[in-house]
Design a protein around this ligand. Sequence first.
Ligand code: FES
Length: 231
Amino acid sequence: MQRRQFIKFCAASAAVSAPAIAAADASPRFYARATLVGEDGAPLAASALPANRNLVFDYPYEATPCFLLNLGRPLRESVRLETADHRSYVWSGGVGARRSIVAYSAICAHKLTYPTRQISFISYRAEASARNPHAQVIHCCSEHSQYDPARGARVVAGPAPQPLAAILLEHEPATDSLSAIGTLGGEMFNQFFDKFRFRLAMEIGPSAHRAVDGSARVTPLERYCRQQVKC
Ligand code: FES
């Protein structure tokens, strides 16, 4: 454990000045460890992740997709964030040898838009567009909430009331492998399962609510979804 590069929630909290009015912390939630594997089932090498590409894996449940992103630059800065119900937490940067790798729940914090197997209205965009001035954001086309993945997925535009929940990643330098171990921030899983109960049952079946354990398969978004909407 000492050699693993782990998101040190407590240490990072101490390193950032406390808010004037202390709010209850949004503590990290730990789930079963899942090694991130490629489509061939072999553990992914963190150093081989392509930069600025949408990669998706399901965690902590089989029906809850997450983005895995290599932003291609060191992300060492801790960021203090707040959930919609005013619980504070500190996101402490990227992992991997270059600290460039991050992961977030792909369930929009506004009205829970998420990538389905048929279509995705939410994805990471490296480039700005004529309509959207923000580059390097996770953009939800439903009502144009945009999140900065280099700063804990804080909201930079749109109606989302809180950042995307961060996925806690652990990097093992000896093997260059990555594992998901939990979440940090405002989870939306209960609302998600309530809202999409019928759809998930139809699309995924009874395993939709099953916890991921052991490994999580990482897939490029273009293979995870049949169609991507870009706005
Ligand atoms: S659901 Fe994403 S912006 Fe509304």
